[in-house]
Design a protein around this ligand. Structure first.
Ligand code: GLT
Ligand code: MN
Ligand code: MN
Length: 389
């Protein structure tokens, strides 16, 4: 029997080395799983059917590795990729773990730290480019404050802008085919992180020297931490031509960064997200930035990874069903029907149109009295998701 939900390369399912490689360490407890090497993780991902693997510089090459160690690690990693057929669509820099970055990297008050962060990122970009990455992510986990007595947000914004402008020029100078994707998060590990939402990042990108090279990497959990509708944020990024990458996972509102398996918590939101991505024809990676429960062993980690992809594919099938459901589509056609008498407003402003519109009379009371069948529409959606439709 064929499995409809089998992951295939065309689905572009990717995982970070840090995701399936999470040992379950948290602020309250030690690791519960043995650390696997990058090569072992590539084989694990191949076994579960992933298409690609992403990494931070130090997921692959330890921060204190010698050049000879680096070369050996990269060689072994490339061999594992060749053996399994996995690719590296995205790479990033770890600018949050080392104590040097305790007060930020590009936005640190310390000029030495900022320069070191730039140097570390250039080297990590070289590594990403060497392994074929087309997208380079920036998650500024430490770019923020506990107290606003410590840093001026205008200085921080200026420093962050200068760093990105410098790195865009570096990429152009090297001739790399690499685009940047900025990943917002409202807080954790800092009390407040600068540029906390997708909307904030989009506004910031417009102020860069090469905005065409820079987009966003929205993450489900990060918008949910801020209590926001993730699909709306993704839609805004898409509309701006800036959806360069996406981090899929799940999260309860109002919690710390839980990074749960995709679809583990908010099925309805996950459904509308998948439907959006599939309907608009998003071609980028479906990257799962999540990790298995701390209670699991590596068999459960595989179940977690398979679960992320399987839920995505089930929701994709549900989205196709939603789009073909006659009753749902009839209701949608009813509520979105065009009014031909207003078609003169199409195609933008003219003085004549404005005058004509000003002369019209609207029956405000009748407009307000119109019933909208949204309860029916939503219940049909829920029934479809619950599998009785
Ligand atoms: C870290 C963070 C993620 C980012 C990763 C990329 S690292 O796990 O929580 O959201 O996407 O730097
Ligand atoms: Mn997260
Ligand atoms: Mn992420």
């Amino acid at each position: 029997m064929t499995d409809h939900y089998q992951p295939l390369p065309e689905h572009r399912f990717t995982f970070g080395l840090w995701t399936v490689g999470s040992t379950g360490r948290d602020p309250f407890g030690d690791p519960v799983r043995q650390k696997l090497s990058p090569v072992q993780l590539v084989h694990l991902l191949a076994e579960v059917g992933a298409y690609g693997v992403n990494f931070h510089d130090n997921d692959l090459v330890p921060i204190d590795a010698t050049p000879a160690e680096r070369d050996q690690i990269v060689k072994d990693f490339k061999q594992a990729l060749a053996e399994t057929g996995l690719v590296v669509p995205m790479a990033t820099t770890n600018l949050f773990f080392d104590p040097a970055f305790k007060d930020g990297a590009f936005t640190s008050n310390d000029a030495q730290v900022r320069a070191y962060a730039l140097q570390k990122t250039m080297r990590a970009i070289d590594l990403g480019a060497e392994l074929g990455a087309g997208v380079y992510v920036f998650w500024g986990g430490r770019e923020g404050t506990e107290s606003d007595a410590t840093k001026n947000p205008l200085d921080a914004g200026k420093r962050f802008r200068e760093a990105l402008n410098f790195l865009c020029e570096y990429v152009k100078d090297q001739g790399y085919a690499l685009k940047f994707a900025l990943e917002p998060k409202p807080n954790e590990p800092r009390s407040d992180i600068y540029l906390p939402t997708v909307g904030a990042m989009l506004g910031f990108i417009a102020t860069l020297d090469h905005p065409e090279m820079v987009g966003v990497n929205p993450e489900v959990a990060h918008e949910h931490m801020a209590g926001l509708n993730f699909m709306h944020a993704v839609a805004q990024a898409w509309d701006a031509g800036k959806l360069f990458h996406i981090d899929l996972n799940d999260q309860k509102f109002g919690r710390y960064d839980q990074d749960f398996r995709f679809g583990a918590e908010m099925i309805k939101q996950a459904f509308f997200l998948v439907r959006f991505l599939e309907d608009v024809g998003y071609q980028g990676s479906r990257h799962f930035d999540a990790h298995a429960y701390r209670t699991g062993d590596y068999e459960d980690v595989k179940a977690f990874a398979r679960g992320c992809m399987r839920t995505y594919l089930i929701l994709k099938e549900k989205a196709a069903r939603f789009n073909q459901d006659a009753e749902i589509q009839a209701l949608l056609a009813e509520v979105t029907a065009q009014d031909e008498s207003l078609s003169f407003l199409n195609g933008g402003y003219s003085r004549q149109k404005a005058d004509r519109l000003k002369d019209m009379t609207f029956d405000r009371v009748a407009l307000g009295a119109r019933g909208l069948p949204y309860e029916r529409l939503d219940q049909l959606t829920v029934e479809l998701l619950l599998g009785v439709r």
